[in-house]
Design a binder for this molecule. Structure first.
Ligand code: HQG
Length: 180
């Protein structure tokens, strides 16, 4: 499988495992898992040619480690980014002093009033480094980087989590904690 094929399948896997499992007739359990055997056969029903080996390669080489297997590799799920309701059983952890969020200018006025909202996803996504935030913002145009005073939020009782692939997650960042 070449890089282009892997990227195409992984983009489709993000759609299925985060947003639209019904696209291939799949059901996720309450923790977001799908049975690997079921997932492969349903993906292939939509014209893919996946097998256990190629799926393992996609999971292990994915640039952001977007997907994970369970311990015995019988199940697969997306590590974050869901819009469907799943319980990832995330454990609350203490964030660094500041975290970053990449967005674009057209959202700034709204963010100044409402803060950062999770929009269609289950969490607001933040990163520990500016570079990642820059990439996230660049998906939508000229990126604007916001600095979030995460320690202060945590001291005020807001909860932070980290996904298996290192993305920082929280429910809402009120504007007063954001450096614009
Ligand atoms: C913006 C990618 C108006 C927010 C990335 C963002 C990430 C507001 C957009 C992951 C707002 C939501 C998530 C408000 C937030 N008013 N706009 N009050 N609050 N926004 O895609 O963080 O490559 O749901 O700034 O790496 O961009 O797919 O979130 O622009 O980790 O694995 O509303 O997606 O990961 O957009 O990206 P998204 P995001 P993957």
């Amino acid at each position: 499988m070449n890089e282009q094929q892997k990227r195409k399948i992984s983009t489709f896997m993000s759609l299925v495992l985060r947003h639209k499992p019904e696209e291939i007739g799949l059901q996720l359990d309450e923790n977001g898992w799908a049975l690997v055997s079921d997932f492969i056969s349903k993906m292939n029903g939509k014209g893919n040619t996946l097998d256990v080996e190629s799926l393992e390669e996609i999971v292990s080489t994915n640039d952001k480690k977007r997907f994970a297997f369970n311990d015995d590799k019988t199940k697969i799920r997306a590590s974050q980014g869901h819009s469907v309701t799943v319980d990832l059983a995330l454990i609350e952890i203490i964030p660094p002093e500041t975290l970053f969020h990449g967005t674009v200018e057209k959202f700034i006025d709204e963010i100044k009033t409402k803060g950062l909202l999770k929009m269609s996803r289950q969490h607001v996504h933040l990163s520990k480094d500016k570079e990642t935030a820059l990439k996230v913002g660049s998906r939508r145009g000229n990126p604007v980087i916001l600095i979030v005073n995460s320690s202060e939020m945590q001291q005020d009782g807001y909860k932070f989590y980290q996904s298996e692939n290192g993305v920082w997650l929280t429910d809402h960042v009120p504007a007063k904690y954001i450096q614009f």
